[in-house]
Each structure stands twice: as structure tokens, then as C-alpha cells.
Write a protein that binds this ligand. Sequence first.
Ligand code: ADP
Length: 644
Amino acid sequence: MSARLLLEEMLIKRSQQKKRTSPLNYKERLFVLTQSQLTYYDGRRERKFRRGSIELSRIRCAEIVKNGGEIIPCQNKYPFQVVYDTNTLYVFAPSHDSRSLWVQSLKGEIKDNAVVSAKFHPQFWQEGAWLCCRQVEKQAPGCEEYNLFGDISRKPLPPIPREERSKNKKQRRPPPPLPPESDDDDDDKEEEEEVMVALYDFPGTEPHDLSLVKGGEYVILDKCDVNWYKARNQFSEEGYIPSNYVTEKTSANLVQFVWFSKQVNRNKAEELLRKEDTEGAFIVRDSSTPGTYTVSLYAKSAPGEGGAAIKHYHIKESQGSPLHFYLAEKHLFSSIPELIEYHKHNAAGLVARLRYPVGKQDKSAPSTAGFSYEKWEINRSELTFMKDLGSGQFGVVRLGKWRAQHRVAIKAIREGAMYEEDFIEEAKIMMRLSHPKLVQLYGVCSQQKPIYIVTEFMEHGCLLNFLRQRRGSFSLGSLLSICLDVSEGMEHLEANGFLHRDLASRNCLVNDSLVVKVSDFGMTRYVLDDQYTSSLGAKFPVKWSPPEVFNFCKYSSKSDVWSYGVLMWEVFTEGRMPFEQNQNHEVVTLVTRGHRLYRPKMAPTAIYDIMQLSWLETPGDRPSFSQLCLMISDALESETPPPN
Ligand code: ADP
């Protein structure tokens, strides 16, 4: 049948969520409207590219979709709907005018249809509910009158009482017989694909990358690397994306919500809330007990507190099934997002309503493991230099920019300071070590001398100077938070079987959010200087080394743990030199005889106990970094009064 062509345009189609809450995807499709059919194609108007088709006689409603404020996760921002049989097709037009044209043309074509609906849903069906009326049945009757001849901006109908709803269902016109196995939903066969949501924008830097738009949804095609996935966007473009920029799209995954901050401990939460100083400011964060969550809430004038107060509420789970979450025992919810939504509007026993989520809005995107997938060589002509940051064993470190926009630290390796070839080989492995508490290696310029090592830039420089320059200003919580950051970075190295070999506060750096990260891991192996590498050398870090290292050069994760204990000591003395009065050879004798560093005044005994565990003579008796993380985060949680 050759029907007259009425409209043709590239639009975006949302998958139809045939299962209750199956993930959504958005695909660019060529939509073609004729006098008999609405058909969509993957790219070209040819039969083999046809992905679906709806006979106009089956269409019951064509109307724009009202946006209730939710993010439209694709480039086209003007949604409309086509209701046919028992399905709703959502289509996104690029402009207001384009949408009007489609809706008006469709309305014109279906005006004589016997099946035209009396009511419709003005908003989306999403994640198992109609957003307009909260009805959870997909076939629930529409909640607004459908006017084929007017526009959508009319008064909504009064809500339908419960009994009425079921009556309505019975009275509804029987749906027309289902069409023969039609081809109206070929696209939906692909719904099983894994869809993830972008947490940050990622401007792809190489042709094989795929750019990400915060909030957008992406189909994961291949998890080819822990740090880089191959993905597809709604325009069917494919490429590599950083795995730490996306998160699973399930309602149980809290990372996708603005009010949730994963890497925030009790002390950081208090810092952020105090800085914000807004009534009802709140953060939902991981509790120190893994798998549980805490709401930290700020009230400017909390009753009985005589001023501002921060309360930490543990999100409790009811015993038995079904599982329920609650803050106040009278108010139970089947998910944490629902609980938060409720307490946004009702304090219900909390010191304030949850009015203002803090922490994520202006959070900058994390580092990626290199600038692109499998890219470790950086073109030196793409680097510009800005200022000197300091100098160390290998040479001068400068602040610079890559491709005129990414701030980076560039270490120019002094001639004769490094086993360069070995390092360049190892750099490929080091780049894969990507963690929020490790200074990221972005790549190297190895084609010319001097070679450059390009890393994440850390605004406040090295931790040792940071401690010394701010002596007297640290609270117990902030010192513990520094130790926790370092233990988390080290836990990642430990988990990957990677040894630091020179952990000390001088080898940690601090960024502008005051996050402390571990730097220079494994680098001592490439130092070409006996004074540094020989345990008898003047530059050997004896004061940070356990007996098995200064005696036999026997390195292990447990020798890193010893150094970590010394680093804790540096933190709690706000940057003093360990064994200040002693030369290296004296320290060897003292430590061999069982002598240890004294308890710093700022360290409570429980914290000094952790340091002493790290300095146990037998390496196997020392805690692991994952145990240290737990000990420090427990100490941090109990440092302020227990949660209400
Ligand atoms: P080396 O490895 O050659 O011994 P360092 O890593 O100790 O050099 O760097 C020397 C100094 O340069 C540090 O103390 C610090 O002040 C500064 N620096 C090094 N890396 C960075 C960085 N990524 N961001 C900011 N400052 C840095």
C-alpha cells in the first residue's frame, strides 16, 4: 500500500518498559507518518532498517507529555506520547514546534478512530508508576480528560477514588483485539542490555571515546577494562567511557541521587554542613558499618541545643519481610529514596525537615585512569607550563595544563635520576591504579628528554607541609579523617598487590577539597641514587621502616603498614620528625631493642593503640589496611556523640 507521506523526522524513542521496571534506553529513530501508519527506522527509510510500526487505526491518544520536573535524559527535550492498544510510545522531539506538528498531525489522522480514549495520563509511566497520578498499574485509567481538539493545558480531573478505579477498569471499552504478532516493538527486544547513568560530564578526548552528559543513560557494551567501558549513547554512537563516571540505574543504587555522598565520613559531613550553614541541610552517607547508611542533618536552632546542631540518624531496617527502612519508627518505607522523599516534607521527629541536600552539587568530577582508554603516551606539545610547585628526588614539579584545560602536575625527570625505561613500562600498570585516595597518574611523555610524568594536580601540596603550616588548627576528627583517607588509598594498593615502599606524609598530597591522597607509590624502585636506595644510605627512610626492611630489605604490605603507623604519628604530632633527636643508625638500634615512638599528645589511647599494632615486630601480627580502615572509621564515628 502506498500511503501519502505526511511527516518525516529524526526523533528519539524511549524503550517501552514491557517489564515493570526494566531499564530504559533512548534511541534515535527516523519517524515516518503516513495516512495509514506511524513507522520508525534505524537510520534509513528502508524495510531492512524498520524497527517498528503502528497502524493509525489502533492509536487511542496522541498528546504531549507534561514534564513534572524530572530530568529528560536525552538530547531532545520535547516529549509526546502515542497510546495504542495497551501500550504507550514516548517520543522526544527536538523543539516545541516539531512536537506540535507531530501531535497535531497525529490528532488529525486519528480523529475518526473508534478507539480514541476518554482519558489519558499527562505524565510519564516510569519505574512502575504513573508520575501524574501515582497509580501503579500500567493499565490504570487515565487521570485527565483527553481532548482531541484542544491542547493539554486544561484543568485536571479530580482524582479517581479507589473503588471507582476498579469500576472504571471494568467499564472501560474492551481493548481492540491484539494485532497479529506485529513489528511494533522490535526495539524492545534489546531491553535486557545493561544501562548506566552518567554521574558527571565526560568530554571524550580521543576519537574512540564516547562523551558523557551528566544524567544521561548509556548502554554498556563491554566492560573491557576496570577503568574503561565500551558504551553506546541514544544516538547509537559507541566509544569508551570512564567506568567511575557511571553508575547502575536501579532504585537501590543511591549513588545516582544528589543527596547521597559515598566517600563522606562523619567528620567530612559535619565540615560540609557547617560550611553550608543552612537550616535543614543534609547528607546521606555510608555509615561506618558497611551496607548501612546515616543521614547527617543540620539545624540552625535545634530545640534544647541553644544554637546550631548536627544530628546523625542511622537509617534503620525493620526485621522480617518485607524489608522496611525508617528513621522514625512510625514511618516505614520500602526504599531509602522513598524515606528521604517523605522526610523532605515532614520532620516527623527529626530536628528539621531534610530541606537542602549538600555535598554533590559542586563536586568536581573525579580523575580518570589516564585521559583515554589505553592512552599512556601524552603528546608534549599539548602541555603548557604555569608555575613551579616544588622539587624532589627526580626533579622539578610544575603546574601545567593539558590541551589548555585540564590542570595537571608535570614532573620533569632530571638526567640520571631514574631508571627511565623500567619506569615507562611500569607506568602502564600504575595508570590502572585508580582510586579517589590515590594521586592519579595520567601518562608520560617518553619520546624525548627530559621525560615527563603527568599526574593529578593537588592544590595544597604535600601533607607534611600542610600539617606543619596549620599546626594548632586541627580537631581530632580532622586528624582521623586524614588517616582514613590514607588508609583507603593504601587498602586499594594492598588489594591490587602493589607495594608503596616509601609511605610517609611527605609522599601524600592534599587537594582543594582537603582530601588526602597517596602519591609516589612504587617509585623508589626507579631511583638511581644509592643514598636513597641502600638501607645504609643517608636518604633511606629508616624512621619509617620496620626491622625486616632496614635489615633485609624485605618489603610487603605489612612493611607498608608499619610506615602507615609512623605516618599516623606524623599526623597526630602535626608534622613532627619521628625520632627527632636520633640519627638513622640509632633508630635501627632503638627499634631492634623494641623501642617505639611515644604517644602524641593529640592521640587518644585508642588511636595510639592502632599505631602500636602497626609496629608489631612480626609482620603477620600487624593489621591489614582493610582492618585499619575499619578501625579508623569506627574511631571517627565514636569521636562525636553516638547517633540519635
Ligand atoms: P620526587 O618524586 O621527585 O621526589 P615529589 O613527588 O616529592 O618529587 O614532589 C616534590 C614537590 O612537588 C612535593 O613536595 C610537592 O610540594 C610538589 N608536588 C609534587 N606532585 C604534586 C602534585 N601532583 N600536585 C601538587 N604539587 C605536587
